[in-house]
Design a protein around this ligand. Structure first.
Ligand code: FAD
Length: 324
């Protein structure tokens, strides 16, 4: 399948904007069309590099690694909202180190005495931490600088998208209705944003399959506190009880947060399916479509790897990476 000419990217979350940047910087004429600019779920992310609630592992590892290298390059420029943060991932049971973290810089076990009360194991490492509102503004700016355009509009079905040489579908949860993907399900997540009492290190708990998460992500003047993972819940309304529980969990681990003031509540729907969909397809009129959605709890982590995959498909250098 050979693609040429104008490319329409549907979706302005981290997946759509990153894909559009990669294509525009490769010299393609790119127009992003999206209902929300930027995507609400992408704005709600914490965000830390690391795979969570996403499959298949082999491709996730490959795509994540490419993103990791790219994010590392951003850390020197504060305008990107990305920094290399040191911190601890801990568990209340004596767990093995998370396999995705062992190769990260500064990786080392933390002694029990240096962990908050109630924790049995923990590991320190340095990882990209991303302030999503700033980062999404950076991506928008980078896209416009490369000549890309962004239009705010809902596109109910693929057939309603304008004529284009190629359509790239980066609609996250929107893909459930846009392309009638019945395998899609939301995993709702909520964060509370508070003023920063002086934190620089991140902290996160390996909570396994629990719907109650615990993460503390400092971003300069503010700290993003999490979180939740409610499978099948598609509501975007902040839940006051969930917010109170998040604050209580995080303050128990980091007592300085008791001095903080709440400045925002963010809710997003992790766009989850059995496997990320990065595949080539066709619209009913024959227009080539490349899907790039279903990144679950790791859309930021996968964004640059998947965008490169889309570019490869578009330039016909590689066959589709994952079956539908
Ligand atoms: C609380 C929370 C914490 C998270 N933390 C992390 C983290 O630390 N690290 C990480 O890697 N990931 C994290 N994630 C996951 C990550 O946020 C998602 O995987 C990612 O944002 C998905 O990006 P997206 O661009 O596919 O979707 P979205 O951000 O939802 O963007 C979809 C875009 O498509 C548009 N759209 C949809 N349907 C249509 C339509 N019919 N017509 C026009 N436009 C349409 C929307 O308006 C929007 O612009 C977290 C998620 C949540 C909720």
């Amino acid at each position: 399948m050979t693609f040429q000419g104008d490319t329409v990217v549907l979706g302005a979350g981290v997946v759509g904007l990153t894909t559009a940047v990669v294509l525009a910087e490769a010299g393609l004429v790119v127009q992003v069309i999206a209902e929300e600019i930027p995507g609400v779920t992408s704005t709600a992310a914490g965000a830390m590099w690391g795979p969570y609630l996403v499959e298949p592992k082999d491709l996730v590892d490959q795509w994540s690694q490419h993103s990791l290298e790219t994010f590392r390059g951003f850390a020197a420029d504060s305008a990107t909202g990305v920094r290399a943060a040191s911190g601890i991932e801990a568990s209340r049971s004596a767990d093995e180190a998370p396999d995705w973290a062992t190769a990260l810089p500064g990786f080392q076990p933390v002694s029990r005495a240096d962990l908050p009360p109630g924790f049995a194991s923990g590991y320190r490492f340095t990882v990209p931490l991303i302030d999503m509102p700033t980062y999404l503004r950076y991506l928008e700016h980078r896209l416009r600088t490369a000549g890309g355009a962004i239009v705010q509009q809902r596109v109910p079905t693929l057939d309603d998208a304008p004529e284009a040489s190629t359509i790239i579908n980066c609609t996250g949860m929107g893909a459930a209705s846009l392309v009638s993907d019945a395998t899609m399900r939301p995993i709702r997540g909520q964060h509370v944003v508070v003023t920063n009492p002086g934190l620089t290190d991140f902290f996160s708990e390996d909570t396994g399959p629990s719907p109650d998460l615990l993460c503390i992500y400092p971003h300069g003047d503010t700290v993003v506190l999490g979180g939740t993972a409610l499978d099948g819940d598609g509501s975007l309304e902040p839940d006051a009880k969930a917010a109170a529980n998040i604050l209580a969990r995080c303050t128990a681990v980091e007592p300085r947060l008791a001095q903080s003031t709440v400045v925002d509540h963010r809710v997003g729907l992790r766009p989850t399916r059995p496997r990320v969909r990065v595949t080539v397809d066709r619209r009913t009129d024959g227009t080539p479509v490349i899907h790039n959605y279903g990144h679950g709890g790791a859309g930021v982590t996968l964004s640059w790897g998947c965008a490169r995959e889309v570019h490869r498909m578009l330039t016909n250098k590689q066959q589709p990476a994952s079956p539908a």
